[in-house]
Write a protein that binds this ligand. Structure first.
Ligand SMILES: C[S@@+](CC[C@H](N)C(=O)[O-])C[C@H]1O[C@@H](n2cnc3c(N)ncnc32)[C@H](O)[C@@H]1O
Length: 300
């Protein structure tokens, strides 16, 4: 059996998160439950953990533990669900963003250019927007913007034009068809890197990942108790910038505002210094860890 997911920065993130073992915690991104199980190990019998995942596949990993609740929903609705489960205020929230190895490795989910499968990429398979809809209906301009912003792809205009010209007729519906359609835009020396950027951009669009993160960050400030801890592990520079700006300034532009007395007006105090990154040993054992950045902030 293959591993569902190898958790990244596991001891570091849970040590930073759990300061009060009797508290109520949130794992916003349950996945294979690696972080969840470590958090449960750190809690007392009075502690509580609610974990979110919008992917129904994650349900196969539910631990048998009376202190645990799985919320099969988008973490965008964290405030609403914590209220529903009588779990306010929370003592800590962990978010380990992106997708799990399981999602990548299941060819029929369409998340990877390494396997042939339908253009899907929905984390939540009840959602209406799929990669097929994006690739076959978005305007050339919108596709170019998406590839440039989320994929940081230099030839995004050429890429969008290639897709629009090749999709006429019967459309582009599988990962192999997409690869063939964009073959002329793909660098011969580094095809895998380029394709990963293309797929990442489509995935972020399909799942509205930046908007979900924005919602999570704003609501974290409402649901955490004073002294509560927010820990976010991100794998993309745009996500990391959003987290950094929000932790530092309470907005997404990084503009610091002060009150009449010169005190910073922000809901969190970030742990100062550079983000925490995995060590060489972890990266050697888990390639996915190489782009991880962890930021921590304390609720004011
Ligand atoms: C990187 S994996 C988390 C792995 C997990 N920490 C572990 O130890 O196994 C991210 C998970 O979060 C889920 N996810 C991503 N964005 C989400 C969102 N907005 N709402 C709920 N779940 C989300 C994905 O479906 C995926 O299972």
């Amino acid at each position: 059996m293959t591993t569902y997911h190898n958790p990244v920065l596991l001891p570091e993130s849970v040590a930073a998160l759990v300061k009060n073992p009797d508290g109520t915690f949130v794992d916003a991104t349950f996945g294979g439950g690696g972080h969840t199980r470590k958090i449960l190990d750190s809690l007392s019998s009075k502690g509580r953990l609610l974990s979110f995942d919008r992917d129904a596949d994650a349900q196969q990993n539910i631990p048998d533990d009376p202190r645990f609740t799985l919320v099969h929903h988008n973490f965008s609705f964290i405030k609403q669900f914590l209220r529903y489960y009588n779990a306010l205020p929370a003592s800590g929230i962990l978010a380990d963003l992106g997708i799990s190895s399981h999602q990548i490795d299941e060819g029929e989910r369409g998340f990877s250019h390494r396997f042939d499968g339908p253009l899907d990429m929905r984390m939540d398979r009840d959602a209406t927007l799929s990669a097929d809809v994006v690739i076959n209906t978005y305007s050339e301009n919108d596709l170019a913007k998406m590839f440039y912003t989320y994929g940081e792809i230099a030839n995004s205009r050429k890429l969008a034009a290639a897709i629009c010209s090749k999709r006429t007729g019967k459309g582009i519906h599988t990962t192999e068809e997409l690869k063939t359609a964009i073959a002329d835009c793909t660098p011969k020396l580094t095809p895998a890197k380029y394709l990963s950027q293309v797929y990442q951009a489509i995935r972020m669009e399909v799942n509205g990942e930046m908007k979900s993160l924005e919602n999570l960050l704003i609501q974290s400030a409402d649901v955490l108790e004073k002294g509560g801890v927010l820990v976010v592990i991100s794998y993309h520079s745009l996500e990391d910038r959003m987290v950094k700006n929000y932790m530092n300034s309470g907005n997404f532009y990084g503009k610091k505002e002060t009150d009449l007395y010169g005190n910073l007006n922000r809901p969190f105090n970030p742990i100062p210094g550079k983000p925490i990154v995995p060590g060489d040993d972890e990266i050697q054992q888990n390639r996915r860890a190489r782009s991880a950045k962890m930021r921590i902030a304390i609720k004011n």
